[in-house]
Design a protein around this ligand. Sequence first.
Ligand code: DIG
Ligand code: MN
Ligand code: MN
Length: 391
Amino acid sequence: MANNFQPKPEHKFTFGLWTVGSSGRDQFATNDPIRNSLSPADLVRLLGEVGAYGVNFHDNDLIPMDATPAEADKIKKEFRKALDETGLVVPMATTNLFSAAIFKDGAFTSNDPKVRAYALQKAMRGMDLGAEFGAKIYVFWGGREGSETDVAKNPLEGLKHFREALNFLGEYSNSQGYGYKFALEAKPNEPRGDIYLPTTGAMLGFIETLDHPEMVGVNPELAHEHMAGLNFMHAVAQAWDAGKLFHIDLNDQNYARFDQDWRFGQQSWKQSFFLVKFLEEVGYNGSRHFDAHAFRTEDYEGVKDFARGCMRSYLIFKEKARLFNEDKEIQALVAESKAEDKSMDKFLGKFSAEKAAELKAFSFDRNAIAGRGLKYEKLDQMLTDLMLGVR
Ligand code: DIG
Ligand code: MN
Ligand code: MN
């Protein structure tokens, strides 16, 4: 059956309100938005029209900071109505701890205890709001947790304060019976000169220092690992290996650039192919969340093209991964490069004194081993042919 790459609920494609709701402004054009803002309810309808499964939000994407209780209730009622109309769900919520001026020097890691306490209050209220709409994943992206100069900020204190906040909020979630799983999102810089815990790997190490590490995982983002010059699929694989891939932010990003948050598949075809191949092969069952936004050049029809493109590209890479795995010639080469050599089984795996003694006495023909050609050039070209549609 021809694959028309149409999104279905089982694909679990989600978007944040802030993604399709982006006004197109950037830091060089803050007061001249390209697109008028749509209500959360209308953004849900837009996502329903393009075939998304779910929608996520920061607290203030849904409820403006200075909304009155009556205004908040009205917004929530309309949002709920749109969810009911479209069938979209809310798998994830998060707190905006980076836009308001009060967070200018951090939120949980601010040097000012009043800011740290306010950030906790805001996060608790955000968790309440997310739970109201059924969110079970709560993301923490510490966009302002860092420094431009370390002259008056101590990273040890930053880590201590961040740990205290997550421990506090984990207890809060448990006390409320929310059942949240926390997903920590790393980014190396922007908006801060340096952001604490800059990569997914750093987050994985930090999680083990928390009171309840079992309820905390990561939310790796393609653009952020690329900004750090890293291989995104490798970061995701380490998170998966640790049982900590609780959520994922998909987008695209040219290396060594500011955070571009481009449409998934727009730029890094090979990295995105390997990422999708990995997620599908290991059976990742979480949201495929597109934390991205349309080019500033687009109107809302262009925003729908952007959202459709994210999901279409994912499904194309998924199909290409299936073709790769079913291609006999490719798979024969993959098997050959793995050089299954049972003769070494007696040396590898768990330690034993006998094994160590025998291995130390064994002599290897280094030149013969080194001289074996691995045929990666041929295999990689076959992948290129497959990706470009000539295989
Ligand atoms: C930016 O990449 C961050 C914020 O948009 C949000 O806190 C998080 C959720 O995906 N990603
Ligand atoms: Mn980003
Ligand atoms: Mn993100």
